[in-house]
Write a protein that binds this ligand. Structure first.
Ligand code: ADP
Length: 268
């Protein structure tokens, strides 16, 4: 833009190159530090399953004449490979949505997003004997990306199921909230699970942050799920909030700008 000086910085990292463009030096340095942190964490997280697979492959070779051991090692290799796939998938999801504007992509039917996410979580909920129900307003519309909103809701549902005991109840509630700057749609996921301490509530949206490392790893957690949700919500011009109490459960609420209904839109 004319008359404006842009500070452009290129940061070279061991594992690649990140180009940072920002119009203020302090912001550029913050983005640079966060990119470097992310790269270091991602590298560390990826090295863990790769290292395990390498060792297990060597062990399998040495145990060639012990079929039971070979079977055991093969199972472990499959689990580590699944973890690697999940990490790569989530890192790609995060980088795709980061810094994008999705509110202009199209008009999304909230009922469709909720039904799709519930259907895709059905298997996991059944395994854990968790009941999944929907309540609230129907026929709500949001401007944005259907697929990204399904991903966000799926991540919240998976967490609600994972971090609850067997036979827990998970409820998705949708509402229209009128406001002076236009209507908002809220999609809330409530569980009556283990809850999150106040201290952890401040940190769980950080990338790779996990409260209980052992439980998270056991449930296949990477610590990226909520970062992906908050990036998706932000890309839609929305906000995410959390209410939780240890031992009582948690409610994650996505608040997104409502799209006017299609007829109104056509008249406009
Ligand atoms: P993860 O892949 O570990 O689930 P997330 O970013 O989705 O990563 O969540 C970060 C951490 O927040 C989790 O490890 C878990 O400790 C906590 N958490 C997320 N959702 C819930 C929930 N509904 N109830 C209790 N703890 C939760």
């Amino acid at each position: 833009r004319a008359g404006q000086r842009l500070a452009v910085r290129v940061v070279k990292l061991d594992d690649g190159v990140v180009l940072v463009i920002a119009d203020d030096r302090a912001a550029a340095l913050r983005v640079e530090a966060s990119a470097r942190d992310f790269m270091a964490n991602a590298t560390h997280e990826l090295k863990t399953p790769v290292g395990a697979i390498t060792l297990l492959a060597e062990a399998t070779e040495q145990a060639a004449d012990d079929p039971d051991a070979v079977e055991r090692f093969a199972g472990k290799i499959q689990r580590e490979a699944a973890r690697l796939t999940q990490l790569v998938t989530q890192i790609v999801q995060l980088s795709r949505v980061q810094g994008t504007q999705l509110a202009t992509v199209g008009v999304v039917d909230v009922d469709d997003v909720v039904t799709t996410a519930i259907e895709r979580s059905g298997h996991l909920a059944e395994q854990r004997h968790v009941s999944l129900t929907v309540s609230g307003a129907k026929g709500l519309l949001i401007r944005g990306s259907r697929d990204q909103l399904v991903t966000a809701l799926l991540n919240l549902l998976h967490n609600a199921i994972h971090y609850s005991d067997d036979r827990a109840r998970v409820v998705v509630t949708t509402r229209l909230v009128p406001g002076p700057d236009g209507d908002r749609v809220t999609i809330a996921v409530s569980d009556n699970g283990i809850g999150i301490s106040e201290e952890d509530q401040l940190r769980i949206f950080e990338r790779f942050y996990r409260v209980d490392f052992a439980r998270s790893r056991q449930t296949g957690g990477t610590g990226l799920g909520l970062s992906i949700v908050s990036e998706i919500v932000e890309a839609h011009g929305g906000t995410i909030s959390l209410w939780s109490r240890v031992g009582s459960g948690s409610t994650f609420t996505m608040e997104l700008p409502a799209a006017p209904d299609l007829e109104e839109d056509e008249d406009a």
